[in-house]
Design a binder for this molecule. Structure first.
Ligand code: GTP
Ligand code: MG
Length: 590
């Protein structure tokens, strides 16, 4: 989805997915100041990292990020922006945890969900901010009363009943009279008012001139403030950059119109009875892998880390039946009848991408015990619906073909570079080469016959993660009762050919994806275990055509002609598969 209205103000709303994070880590009640400070620091990093975010406001476990009106960030693609910010926020949250809670180990992967809200006018933005700050006040005042009553000995149920229907004034009086708490004076601003992240101009000394006088430059810094009424003209109109990037508040808002504002939170739902694929992809992983010195072209530890996160995602989200990963991407397939988050695309995408990012950051040390993570990684995500299992299988075949083509190219490329060629010489050398030529080149450079097919299957075939159901004999505690067969479900990682129908037939009970693939051909694959079957038929016909032309005495034109037909066919297959898929950024080198 792309935002149509070019100058809408965009708000991204993030909130914590699960309450477990509070319970498991025994956060102080009613509100843990440190947990708020951690959220605030994450928001500060988000603003520092994404200059198009102008303003941010948060309280409790939520944060709203407001983009400048004219933003062209990722050309305003909703899913892309939402997933990037949610993923970045999550990775920072996990990375900073130890600084804020040195005494508490992070025992549970925190994750956030988000949504995009469009504000067509500055008045809507103003009303939105007033609403969120009012919610902050209401919930904090309620929680303060509730926990005072509980601390004072009231059972929770009774305390809640006491507060039901009470007005703001009643709660203030209760706090003052029963607990000697002056709400406004005794409760810190960070709880009552929430936190704004603002950009402020500061003067910084850059370097000394010859006469030792420092050169001053003005720079925008992100500062965190707690203010009473962020939707007031007095606060807003004082921040000149907000006026420029978002607009001027011409009147104060007196009343929050909750229902009216909720109507702006409309969210599209994914088509019923379709397979949902959530594909996530590492953002700027070219740089990330360089900074962290990943081995080229494949870093086993990095790929194992990706796989381990995918296992975690499957364990967390029961509706995911299958996932396939290669390089810095993973595709998660949700069952057709899934009702996860009411099939709201933004919630599903953000929850999965956030959980994956959380685990990637948490598990980093397990896979790279001797490498410091230099900066938080983040991923983008998108949702695609596939109406039939056949098309879904074609999508997965496309990803595996992509894995094979890229991996073979990259293996050749880096081997040429290692042999002394420059990167551009290696690139020109490989231009236009075919599969067979690449295999021969690899065999020649490595001195090993069939070198490519001897590479680890994880590199050649990518990784498939799914739940394997198997019957196991479980010994009963009481021996006389004997053993019983139990269906055990385990998430497994396999490196296998998922283009072959045999894979889906073998797992038909798990996936119900056994519909015949459009491009399946009825004979075996004589070339290599990893070579896509659809290509086999083209290669066969190409060979037939080649020999036919040679027999006709046209050997000189046979090769280029067949190659042309071969490439056309390959491209047609890839094009057909792509038709069902949003534009993909990988270039396919044939
Ligand atoms: P965007 O996804 O558009 O943000 O760009 P990107 O830099 O992430 O590139 P892309 O997703 O197209 O490709 C993934 C990149 O990650 C590859 O080009 C590699 O540079 C890098 N990468 C992924 N896996 C490995 C690995 O195992 N080893 C090394 N050295 N690099 C890897
Ligand atoms: Mg990437």
């Amino acid at each position: 989805m792309r935002w149509r209205m070019k100058s809408c103000r965009l708000i991204l709303l993030l909130f914590v997915l699960t309450a477990e994070i509070f319970a498991v880590h025994e956060f102080v009640k009613p509100t843990c100041k440190k947990s708020l400070e951690l959220m605030n620091e994450c928001a500060r990093d988000v603003l520092e990292h994404f200059p198009d975010i102008t303003f941010s406001y948060g309280y409790s476990d939520e944060f709203s990020f407001v983009f400048k009106k004219e933003t062209k960030f990722y050309q305003r693609r909703a899913s892309k922006i939402l997933s990037l910010i949610v993923s970045f926020f999550t990775s920072v949250y996990v990375s900073k945890w130890k600084e804020v809670f040195p005494e508490k180990d992070l025992r549970y992967s925190p994750s956030f969900r988000g949504r995009v809200i469009l504000c067509a006018s500055v008045e809507v933005l103003q009303a939105y901010l007033a609403w969120r700050q009012n919610e902050c006040h209401i919930s904090n005042q309620y929680d303060t009363c509730l926990w005072q009553l509980i601390k004072g000995g009231k059972p929770e149920k009774e305390a809640r009943e006491m507060l039901e229907g009470s007005r703001k004034q009643d709660k203030n009086e209760l706090l003052y009279q029963c607990f000697n708490i002056n709400y406004k004076k005794s409760i810190p601003q960070i709880f009552r008012q929430g936190t704004c992240a603002l950009r402020t101009e500061v003067e910084v000394s850059v370097k000394n001139k010859d006469d030792c006088c420092p050169i001053k430059r003005s720079k925008r810094r992100v500062t965190l403030v707690h203010m009473e009424n962020i939707a007031s003209r007095r606060f807003w109109n004082d921040q000149l950059y907000l006026l420029k990037e978002l607009g001027y508040f011409s009147e104060d808002v007196n009343k929050t119109k909750t229902e009216y504002l909720k109507s702006f939170q409309y969210e599209s739902r994914l088509l019923l009875s379709t397979w949902i694929v959530i594909r996530i992809d590492g953002c700027h992983f070219h740089r990330f892998s360089k900074v962290h010195k990943f081995e080229k072209p494949n870093d086993e530890a990095a790929l194992n880390l990706m796989n381990s996160c995918a296992v975690g995602v499957l364990e967390e989200f029961n509706d995911i039946v299958f996932s396939y990963g290669v390089s810095d991407e993973y595709s998660f397939v949700l069952k057709k009848e899934s009702q996860l988050y009411g099939r709201r695309a933004s919630e599903i995408v953000s929850a999965i991408v956030s959980y994956f990012s959380s685990m990637y950051t948490m598990k980093w040390k397990d896979f790279f015990p001797h490498k410091e993570m230099m900066y938080p990684p983040y991923f983008d995500g998108r949702a695609i619906c596939y109406p039939s299992s056949q098309i879904l299988r074609d999508y997965l075949a496309w990803r595996q073909v992509d894995c094979h083509i890229n991996n073979q190219y990259n293996t050749c490329f880096w081997m040429l570079v290692k042999s002394g060629k420059t990167k551009s010489a290696a690139q020109s050398y490989l231009k236009g080469t075919q599969v067979q030529e690449k295999n021969e080149l690899l065999a020649q450079l490595s001195g090993t016959t069939d070198y490519y097919n001897k590479l680890p299957p994880m590199f050649r075939l990518g990784s498939s993660v799914y739940r394997n159901k198997e019957e196991k004999k479980i010994l009963s505690d009481k021996e006389e009762e004997g053993s019983l067969d139990k269906l055990c479900v385990k998430v497994v990682i396999e490196y296998c050919n998922i283009i072959e129908p045999s894979f889906w037939e073998a797992h038909s009970a798990t996936f119900s994806l056994t519909g015949a693939s459009k491009y399946g051909v009825p004979f075996g694959n004589p070339f290599s275990s990893c070579f896509p079957k659809e290509f086999t038929s083209i290669v066969h016909s190409q060979h037939g055509c080649f020999h036919h032309l040679c027999r006709q005495g046209m050997s000189r034109v046979a090769r280029p002609t067949c190659m042309h037909v071969f490439q056309e066919n390959m491209l047609k297959i890839l094009h057909d598969i792509k038709m069902y898929t949003n534009a993909h950024t990988h270039t396919i080198k044939l």
